[in-house]
Design a protein around this ligand. Structure first.
Ligand SMILES: Cc1ncc(COP(=O)(O)O)c(C=O)c1O
Length: 313
């Protein structure tokens, strides 16, 4: 059984860094680059491969037969896990929030099922226990040979995969923008920052405490407390760009994404990257970055916004 996947085996393209041009930027001597992780794979795109790569390697090393993970009905992470496991010859089980759903409830779930993922629909009350140690132990006892990856790939292995993103950026950037869900990707990026760089995180959940969540994930991943506190000083949280909360996408946001696509031919999604890009451009317009070089990390996720955006508009 093939249980280790190199970038090449997974069909991963090295992601490029692309410059974006805006009139406002020229006036203020701002350069904007985008790290196009959305282009690394058609299904396992963006931060998904980064988070799964070392979890798959662990399966190989520990002789695990597959991955169990968690996700909502539109989860990018579930689809990516299903596709990765299929490529690696691993079994995939997804615990999905909502026992009213089934494998044909939407395109995301249909895709997971067609990729061979076993879908286990659980109640919201049970799903609320997804990060509890005792719940993991119960699952672990039932599926002894499987490796459990938390929702959104939020574990140590996910972080070290995301740490590789900035090692592929040669531009000398000052400020980096990224959408935030579980914080795994931003924690990985934070661990590879130079000390003059600032990481701007844009949580897509309403009322999310980014710093507390990042501290907690980094602590669980074994990073020293003193280093964590030092690193967190480089983080700037933009908590007002959730557009109503997770999965909420007012028409104004959809319009902005369509307008952005027509001008730059770059697809954003309404759950994550559309909100983060909106935030970055808002900051640029408020004159916060004169003479700076900015980097937007495109974390992929276009599948989650299927049918919502008209990219031909
Ligand atoms: C497209 C996209 N961008 C950003 C994120 C947020 O990443 P993280 O959960 O690592 O904070 C996600 C969720 O995984 C995502 O699917």
């Amino acid at each position: 059984m093939k249980q280790i996947l190199t970038d090449i085996e997974a069909g991963i393209q090295k992601s490029i860094v692309q410059q974006l041009f805006f009139d406002e930027c020229a006036d203020r001597n701002i350069s904007i680059f985008v790290k196009r992780d959305d282009l690394i794979h058609s299904v396992i795109s963006g931060n998904k491969w980064r988070k799964l790569k070392y979890n798959v390697e662990l399966c190989k090393n520990q002789k695990k037969t597959g991955i169990i993970t968690f996700g909502g009905a539109y989860s990018n992470h579930l689809v990516a896990t299903a596709a990765t496991c299929k490529l690696a010859g691993l079994k995939a089980i997804g615990f999905v929030r909502g026992d009213e759903l089934n494998a044909s409830s939407n395109e995301t779930l249909k895709e997971c099922a067609s990729l061979g993922m076993e879908l286990n629909f659980i109640s919201r009350a049970e799903y609320a226990k997804r990060n509890d140690k005792a719940y993991h132990e119960t699952i672990g006892a039932e599926y002894r040979s499987m490796h459990l990856v938390p929702e959104g790939g939020a574990n140590y292995y996910g972080i070290i995969g995301c740490q590789e993103i900035m090692t592929e950026v040669e531009e000398d950037v000052d400020d980096i923008f990224i959408a935030q869900g579980t914080t795994t990707t931003s924690c990985g990026v934070l661990l590879s920052l130079k000390n003059h760089q600032r990481l701007h995180v844009v949580p897509v959940l309403k009322g999310f405490d980014s710093i507390m969540e990042m501290r907690s994930l980094l602590t669980r991943s074994g990073i020293e407390q003193e280093l964590i506190e030092d690193l967190l000083k480089q983080v700037v949280v933009h908590e007002d760009f959730h557009f109503g909360g997770y999965g909420k996408h007012p028409q104004s946001l959809i319009n902005d994404i369509e307008q952005f696509y027509s001008e730059h031919k770059l697809k954003l999604d309404p759950i994550y990257t559309g909100k983060a890009m909106n935030c970055m451009l808002d900051c640029v317009q408020k004159d916060e970055f004169s003479d700076k070089t900015l980097l937007f990390i495109h974390t992929g996720g276009i599948q989650g916004g299927r049918g919502l955006i008209n990219y031909n508009a």
